[in-house]
Design a protein around this ligand. Sequence first.
Ligand code: T3D
Length: 264
Amino acid sequence: MTTSETVLARLEAGVLHLTLNRPDKLNSFNEEMHLALRAQIQRAHDDEAVRAVLLTGAGRGFCAGQDLGDRDPRKGGPAPDLGNTLETFYNPTLRLIRQLEKPVICAVNGVAAGAGANIAFACDIVLAAKSAKFIQAFAKIGLIPDAGGSWSLARILGEPRAKALALTAEPLMAERAADWGLIWKAVEDSDLMTEATKLAESLAAGPTLGLGLTKRLIQAAATNSLDEQLDMERDLQQQAGRSADYAEGVIAFLEKRAARFTGK
Ligand code: T3D
Protein backbone atom coordinates (compact mmCIF):
# COMPACT_ATOMS: atom_id res chain seq x y z
CA MET A 1 0.00 0.00 0.00
CA THR A 2 1.19 3.53 -0.78
CA THR A 3 1.76 5.37 2.50
CA SER A 4 2.53 9.04 2.46
CA GLU A 5 2.48 12.04 4.75
CA THR A 6 0.05 13.64 2.29
CA VAL A 7 -2.77 11.48 3.72
CA LEU A 8 -2.64 10.76 7.44
CA ALA A 9 -4.34 7.48 8.34
CA ARG A 10 -5.35 6.04 11.71
CA LEU A 11 -7.65 3.13 12.51
CA GLU A 12 -9.54 3.59 15.76
CA ALA A 13 -12.78 2.00 16.99
CA GLY A 14 -13.44 0.57 13.53
CA VAL A 15 -13.11 3.99 11.89
CA LEU A 16 -10.39 4.66 9.35
CA HIS A 17 -9.60 8.35 9.92
CA LEU A 18 -8.12 9.90 6.79
CA THR A 19 -6.76 13.45 6.77
CA LEU A 20 -5.70 15.15 3.56
CA ASN A 21 -2.44 16.71 4.61
CA ARG A 22 -0.99 19.41 2.38
CA PRO A 23 -2.28 22.34 4.43
CA ASP A 24 0.03 24.96 2.89
CA LYS A 25 -1.67 24.20 -0.47
CA LEU A 26 -5.14 23.88 1.08
CA ASN A 27 -4.78 20.10 0.63
CA SER A 28 -4.91 20.34 -3.16
CA PHE A 29 -4.15 17.14 -5.01
CA ASN A 30 -0.74 16.25 -6.35
CA GLU A 31 -0.02 12.77 -7.69
CA GLU A 32 1.36 11.54 -4.37
CA MET A 33 -1.78 12.54 -2.49
CA HIS A 34 -3.97 10.95 -5.16
CA LEU A 35 -2.19 7.63 -4.86
CA ALA A 36 -2.11 7.75 -1.07
CA LEU A 37 -5.85 8.49 -0.81
CA ARG A 38 -6.70 5.77 -3.27
CA ALA A 39 -4.55 3.25 -1.40
CA GLN A 40 -6.34 4.08 1.86
CA ILE A 41 -9.81 3.71 0.33
CA GLN A 42 -8.67 0.39 -1.13
CA ARG A 43 -7.51 -0.58 2.37
CA ALA A 44 -11.03 0.21 3.62
CA HIS A 45 -12.34 -2.26 1.03
CA ASP A 46 -9.85 -4.96 1.95
CA ASP A 47 -9.57 -4.74 5.74
CA GLU A 48 -12.48 -6.20 7.75
CA ALA A 49 -11.38 -4.17 10.76
CA VAL A 50 -12.37 -1.01 8.89
CA ARG A 51 -16.13 -0.53 9.31
CA ALA A 52 -16.40 3.17 8.45
CA VAL A 53 -14.23 5.89 6.95
CA LEU A 54 -13.96 9.49 8.14
CA LEU A 55 -12.36 11.89 5.67
CA THR A 56 -11.26 15.43 6.56
CA GLY A 57 -8.54 17.96 5.80
CA ALA A 58 -5.61 19.32 7.80
CA GLY A 59 -5.38 23.05 8.52
CA ARG A 60 -7.93 25.67 7.48
CA GLY A 61 -9.16 24.05 4.27
CA PHE A 62 -10.68 20.73 3.28
CA CYS A 63 -9.34 20.46 -0.26
CA ALA A 64 -8.78 22.98 -3.09
CA GLY A 65 -8.99 20.40 -5.89
CA GLN A 66 -6.13 19.94 -8.29
CA ASP A 67 -2.75 21.47 -7.36
CA LEU A 68 -2.55 24.10 -10.07
CA GLY A 69 1.18 24.48 -9.49
CA ASP A 70 1.48 21.11 -11.25
CA ARG A 71 -0.42 22.51 -14.24
CA ASP A 72 1.57 25.72 -14.77
CA PRO A 73 1.60 26.44 -18.55
CA ARG A 74 4.60 28.71 -18.05
CA LYS A 75 6.69 25.61 -17.49
CA GLY A 76 6.33 24.95 -21.23
CA GLY A 77 5.55 21.75 -23.12
CA PRO A 78 2.25 20.63 -24.62
CA ALA A 79 -1.10 21.21 -22.90
CA PRO A 80 -1.76 18.47 -20.34
CA ASP A 81 -4.21 15.71 -21.20
CA LEU A 82 -6.72 16.33 -18.42
CA GLY A 83 -8.97 13.52 -19.64
CA ASN A 84 -6.10 11.22 -18.92
CA THR A 85 -5.44 12.67 -15.47
CA LEU A 86 -9.11 12.27 -14.55
CA GLU A 87 -9.10 8.68 -15.75
CA THR A 88 -5.81 7.90 -14.01
CA PHE A 89 -6.20 9.75 -10.73
CA TYR A 90 -9.64 11.13 -9.86
CA ASN A 91 -12.10 8.66 -11.33
CA PRO A 92 -10.70 5.48 -9.74
CA THR A 93 -10.90 7.06 -6.27
CA LEU A 94 -14.42 8.36 -6.87
CA ARG A 95 -15.52 4.90 -7.97
CA LEU A 96 -13.84 3.26 -4.97
CA ILE A 97 -15.69 5.58 -2.57
CA ARG A 98 -19.04 4.87 -4.19
CA GLN A 99 -18.39 1.12 -4.40
CA LEU A 100 -17.19 0.78 -0.80
CA GLU A 101 -19.97 -1.03 1.07
CA LYS A 102 -19.14 0.74 4.31
CA PRO A 103 -20.17 4.25 5.37
CA VAL A 104 -17.90 7.08 4.27
CA ILE A 105 -18.33 10.24 6.34
CA CYS A 106 -16.81 13.50 5.22
CA ALA A 107 -16.05 16.29 7.70
CA VAL A 108 -15.54 19.41 5.62
CA ASN A 109 -13.44 21.58 7.91
CA GLY A 110 -12.97 24.54 5.57
CA VAL A 111 -13.05 25.57 1.94
CA ALA A 112 -13.76 22.75 -0.54
CA ALA A 113 -13.06 23.85 -4.12
CA GLY A 114 -13.09 22.16 -7.52
CA ALA A 115 -12.60 18.42 -7.25
CA GLY A 116 -12.24 18.92 -3.49
CA ALA A 117 -15.92 19.87 -3.24
CA ASN A 118 -17.01 17.06 -5.51
CA ILE A 119 -15.08 14.39 -3.64
CA ALA A 120 -16.96 15.50 -0.52
CA PHE A 121 -20.28 15.14 -2.38
CA ALA A 122 -19.34 11.58 -3.35
CA CYS A 123 -19.15 10.58 0.31
CA ASP A 124 -22.18 9.08 2.05
CA ILE A 125 -22.73 11.56 4.86
CA VAL A 126 -21.22 15.04 4.73
CA LEU A 127 -20.94 17.30 7.75
CA ALA A 128 -19.40 20.71 7.33
CA ALA A 129 -18.17 23.43 9.63
CA LYS A 130 -20.47 26.46 9.40
CA SER A 131 -17.54 28.53 8.13
CA ALA A 132 -16.83 26.07 5.30
CA LYS A 133 -17.80 26.85 1.72
CA PHE A 134 -18.10 24.84 -1.46
CA ILE A 135 -16.84 26.34 -4.72
CA GLN A 136 -17.19 24.91 -8.22
CA ALA A 137 -13.95 26.71 -9.05
CA PHE A 138 -13.65 25.14 -12.51
CA ALA A 139 -15.39 28.01 -14.32
CA LYS A 140 -12.72 30.39 -13.11
CA ILE A 141 -10.02 28.49 -15.00
CA GLY A 142 -11.93 27.41 -18.08
CA LEU A 143 -12.64 23.83 -16.98
CA ILE A 144 -15.80 21.82 -16.47
CA PRO A 145 -16.98 20.33 -13.15
CA ASP A 146 -15.29 16.96 -12.69
CA ALA A 147 -14.75 14.34 -9.99
CA GLY A 148 -18.45 13.50 -10.38
CA GLY A 149 -19.61 17.07 -9.74
CA SER A 150 -21.70 17.47 -12.87
CA TRP A 151 -23.51 14.26 -11.87
CA SER A 152 -24.01 14.89 -8.18
CA LEU A 153 -24.92 18.58 -8.46
CA ALA A 154 -27.47 17.97 -11.21
CA ARG A 155 -29.01 15.00 -9.40
CA ILE A 156 -29.11 16.48 -5.95
CA LEU A 157 -29.91 20.09 -6.75
CA GLY A 158 -31.56 19.96 -10.18
CA GLU A 159 -30.48 21.98 -13.19
CA PRO A 160 -31.16 25.55 -12.03
CA ARG A 161 -28.96 25.45 -8.94
CA ALA A 162 -26.39 23.10 -10.44
CA LYS A 163 -25.93 25.35 -13.45
CA ALA A 164 -25.74 28.53 -11.39
CA LEU A 165 -23.09 27.09 -9.07
CA ALA A 166 -21.05 25.62 -11.91
CA LEU A 167 -21.28 28.60 -14.25
CA THR A 168 -20.62 31.32 -11.68
CA ALA A 169 -18.23 29.50 -9.31
CA GLU A 170 -19.97 31.40 -6.51
CA PRO A 171 -19.16 30.03 -3.06
CA LEU A 172 -21.95 28.10 -1.38
CA MET A 173 -21.80 28.36 2.39
CA ALA A 174 -22.21 25.19 4.46
CA GLU A 175 -25.56 26.12 5.98
CA ARG A 176 -27.09 26.82 2.60
CA ALA A 177 -25.57 23.59 1.22
CA ALA A 178 -27.37 21.78 4.04
CA ASP A 179 -30.63 23.67 3.37
CA TRP A 180 -30.37 22.62 -0.28
CA GLY A 181 -29.80 18.98 0.63
CA LEU A 182 -26.31 18.88 -0.80
CA ILE A 183 -24.82 17.85 2.53
CA TRP A 184 -26.24 16.28 5.71
CA LYS A 185 -25.62 19.20 8.08
CA ALA A 186 -23.61 22.25 9.00
CA VAL A 187 -22.32 22.35 12.57
CA GLU A 188 -20.43 24.81 14.72
CA ASP A 189 -16.76 24.78 13.69
CA SER A 190 -15.67 23.75 17.17
CA ASP A 191 -18.07 20.77 17.16
CA LEU A 192 -17.24 19.40 13.71
CA MET A 193 -14.69 16.71 14.52
CA THR A 194 -16.41 15.60 17.73
CA GLU A 195 -19.70 15.20 15.94
CA ALA A 196 -18.23 13.56 12.86
CA THR A 197 -16.20 11.12 14.97
CA LYS A 198 -19.23 10.24 17.10
CA LEU A 199 -21.25 9.54 13.96
CA ALA A 200 -18.47 7.52 12.33
CA GLU A 201 -17.93 5.43 15.47
CA SER A 202 -21.61 4.73 15.83
CA LEU A 203 -21.81 3.62 12.20
CA ALA A 204 -18.66 1.52 12.63
CA ALA A 205 -20.35 -0.28 15.50
CA GLY A 206 -23.41 -0.90 13.33
CA PRO A 207 -24.53 -3.80 11.12
CA THR A 208 -21.90 -3.17 8.44
CA LEU A 209 -23.21 -5.70 5.96
CA GLY A 210 -26.72 -4.25 6.12
CA LEU A 211 -25.41 -0.69 5.94
CA GLY A 212 -23.34 -1.58 2.90
CA LEU A 213 -26.34 -3.14 1.14
CA THR A 214 -28.38 -0.05 2.01
CA LYS A 215 -25.76 2.17 0.39
CA ARG A 216 -25.83 -0.02 -2.73
CA LEU A 217 -29.64 0.18 -2.92
CA ILE A 218 -29.88 3.93 -2.52
CA GLN A 219 -27.21 4.52 -5.14
CA ALA A 220 -28.96 2.15 -7.55
CA ALA A 221 -32.23 4.07 -7.15
CA ALA A 222 -30.79 6.89 -9.26
CA THR A 223 -31.02 4.76 -12.39
CA ASN A 224 -33.44 1.93 -11.52
CA SER A 225 -37.17 1.85 -12.27
CA LEU A 226 -39.46 1.17 -9.31
CA ASP A 227 -39.84 -2.43 -10.49
CA GLU A 228 -36.08 -2.91 -10.65
CA GLN A 229 -35.70 -1.34 -7.25
CA LEU A 230 -38.38 -3.57 -5.71
CA ASP A 231 -36.61 -6.62 -7.10
CA MET A 232 -33.31 -5.40 -5.73
CA GLU A 233 -34.83 -4.73 -2.29
CA ARG A 234 -36.19 -8.30 -2.31
CA ASP A 235 -32.79 -9.76 -3.12
CA LEU A 236 -30.75 -7.65 -0.74
CA GLN A 237 -33.25 -8.07 2.10
CA GLN A 238 -32.94 -11.81 1.58
CA GLN A 239 -29.19 -11.45 2.03
CA ALA A 240 -29.53 -9.12 5.04
CA GLY A 241 -32.04 -11.49 6.62
CA ARG A 242 -29.44 -14.24 6.64
CA SER A 243 -26.81 -12.12 8.39
CA ALA A 244 -25.61 -12.65 11.93
CA ASP A 245 -26.27 -8.98 12.66
CA TYR A 246 -29.93 -9.33 11.77
CA ALA A 247 -30.30 -12.22 14.23
CA GLU A 248 -28.41 -10.24 16.87
CA GLY A 249 -30.53 -7.13 16.23
CA VAL A 250 -33.79 -9.02 16.70
CA ILE A 251 -32.57 -10.87 19.82
CA ALA A 252 -31.26 -7.63 21.31
CA PHE A 253 -34.63 -6.00 20.70
CA LEU A 254 -36.50 -8.87 22.33
CA GLU A 255 -34.08 -8.93 25.28
CA LYS A 256 -34.37 -5.13 25.63
CA ARG A 257 -30.61 -4.53 25.40
CA ALA A 258 -28.23 -2.81 23.00
CA ALA A 259 -27.23 -4.92 20.00
CA ARG A 260 -23.63 -6.07 19.67
CA PHE A 261 -23.09 -6.09 15.93
CA THR A 262 -20.08 -7.78 14.39
CA GLY A 263 -20.56 -6.35 10.91
CA LYS A 264 -21.37 -9.77 9.44
O1 T3D B 1 -5.77 19.01 -13.63
C1 T3D B 1 -6.42 17.98 -13.65
O2 T3D B 1 -5.91 16.87 -13.40
C2 T3D B 1 -7.89 18.06 -13.94
C3 T3D B 1 -8.66 18.05 -12.71
C4 T3D B 1 -9.04 19.20 -12.13
C5 T3D B 1 -9.77 19.20 -10.83
C6 T3D B 1 -9.83 20.54 -10.18
O3 T3D B 1 -10.02 20.54 -8.99
S1 T3D B 1 -9.65 21.97 -11.10
C7 T3D B 1 -9.91 23.24 -9.88
C8 T3D B 1 -8.62 23.54 -9.15
N1 T3D B 1 -8.83 24.36 -7.97
C9 T3D B 1 -9.05 25.66 -8.02
O4 T3D B 1 -9.16 26.27 -9.07
C10 T3D B 1 -9.12 26.38 -6.69
C11 T3D B 1 -7.91 27.29 -6.55
N2 T3D B 1 -7.91 27.91 -5.23
C12 T3D B 1 -8.68 28.95 -4.93
O5 T3D B 1 -9.48 29.42 -5.72
C13 T3D B 1 -8.53 29.52 -3.56
O6 T3D B 1 -7.29 29.12 -3.05
C14 T3D B 1 -9.65 29.08 -2.59
C15 T3D B 1 -10.97 29.77 -3.00
C16 T3D B 1 -9.83 27.57 -2.56
C17 T3D B 1 -9.28 29.56 -1.16
O7 T3D B 1 -8.98 30.92 -1.19
P1 T3D B 1 -8.25 31.59 0.05
O8 T3D B 1 -8.18 33.05 -0.24
O9 T3D B 1 -8.89 31.15 1.29
O10 T3D B 1 -6.76 30.95 0.07
P2 T3D B 1 -5.55 31.26 -0.91
O11 T3D B 1 -4.73 32.36 -0.35
O12 T3D B 1 -6.02 31.41 -2.31
O13 T3D B 1 -4.74 29.88 -0.82
C18 T3D B 1 -3.89 29.57 0.27
C19 T3D B 1 -2.65 28.92 -0.28
O14 T3D B 1 -3.03 27.69 -0.88
C20 T3D B 1 -1.99 29.76 -1.36
O15 T3D B 1 -0.60 29.52 -1.30
P3 T3D B 1 0.41 30.67 -0.76
O16 T3D B 1 0.17 31.90 -1.59
O17 T3D B 1 0.02 30.88 0.67
O18 T3D B 1 1.77 30.06 -0.92
C21 T3D B 1 -2.54 29.17 -2.62
O19 T3D B 1 -1.71 29.36 -3.74
C22 T3D B 1 -2.60 27.70 -2.24
N3 T3D B 1 -3.60 27.01 -3.06
C23 T3D B 1 -4.92 27.09 -2.96
N4 T3D B 1 -5.51 26.34 -3.87
C24 T3D B 1 -4.52 25.77 -4.58
C25 T3D B 1 -3.29 26.20 -4.06
N5 T3D B 1 -2.13 25.81 -4.58
C26 T3D B 1 -2.17 24.97 -5.65
N6 T3D B 1 -3.31 24.54 -6.18
C27 T3D B 1 -4.49 24.91 -5.69
N7 T3D B 1 -5.63 24.41 -6.22
